[in-house]
Design a protein around this ligand. Sequence first.
Ligand code: NDP
Ligand code: OXD
Length: 308
Amino acid sequence: MNILYHGTLDRGETWQHLCAERLPEVDFRCWPDIGDPAEVRCLVAWTPPADLITALPNLEVLFSVGAGIDQLNLDAVPDHVRVVRMVDPGIIEGMAEYVVMATLALHRDMPFFLAEQRAGRWSFRAPPMPSARRVGVMGLGELGRAALDALMPLGFRLSGWSRSAKAIDGVECFAGAEGLEPFLASADILVCLLPLTEDTRGILCRETFAKMPRGAMLINAARGGHLVSADLIKALDSGQLSAAMLDVSDPEPLPEGHPFYAHPAVFLTPHVAAVTRAESAGLVLIDNLGRLAEGAPLVGEVDRTRGY
Ligand code: NDP
Ligand code: OXD
């Protein structure tokens, strides 16, 4: 079997070595050393150029380097090609840690205390107990579930929203379009961990913010396309929302001069919430290549009609 990797060379080399050790029968190539393109059955990439996809006439599987697949431009990928996202324990652990960090920073009023510090003021303000705050997680997949598990011991009230109904101990679960309004109505801190699809693009918008409790806070660690930036600025300026922690933006990097950079209630991280870890993700990829060879189901295979 031949597999082609397109991306940063250090990760490619780690995976190439891992593959040589564990699956010596697989010929792992790192772009631009494609060899004969007709021999390539699998491509692993974050954002492969469209002309690379068309150059591979026998491509069967496209593996995303990340947990998301929206960045792959699937319009350029023939329908018969299977698409697989990365279900990496390193990504899952990283996201759980980020959500805990961001939730605690917002819950403990860090935006207020930082502003007061910058203004040279010593301003006492007691934070509410975690049990007085509800954290609502949008998306109850690999990352949403891990984030909720990590939040659970901290004492927050927890809720979650997904497309299909779920039952999770200690979490009030809502589902579908009809579940969105009651879910939002009690979300003091809203965490977005949805995949970016036609249904979820722009979901963090004026209508959504208006349904949340006044002064609520937002964490977006999913994709920049979920958020309508101008609506967030208005919600923050009007006090409907009080702070936002954003790991992702549209576009990335966020252009110089974008209002988010200077807004006192916006806190940015440059898409670092959960990084694909070469070692742990490499093992997941190797496992999937073994499964492919055996004709077994692939971990993280995406339903292309659903978009995630
Ligand atoms: P999963 O596919 O495991 O989970 C997706 C969840 O979203 C599921 O619970 C699904 O519902 C729900 N969902 C999808 N569409 C809708 C909808 N229309 N309405 C309500 N719920 C919906 O994804 P992951 O948890 O692995 O990843 C989520 C996203 O996180 C990725 O797609 C990526 O964009 C982002 N990400 C960001 C990173 C960062 O560093 N900032 C790192 C890694 C990922 P159901 O369970 O019913 O199917
Ligand atoms: C991912 C990401 O999807 O890093 O894995 O955003």
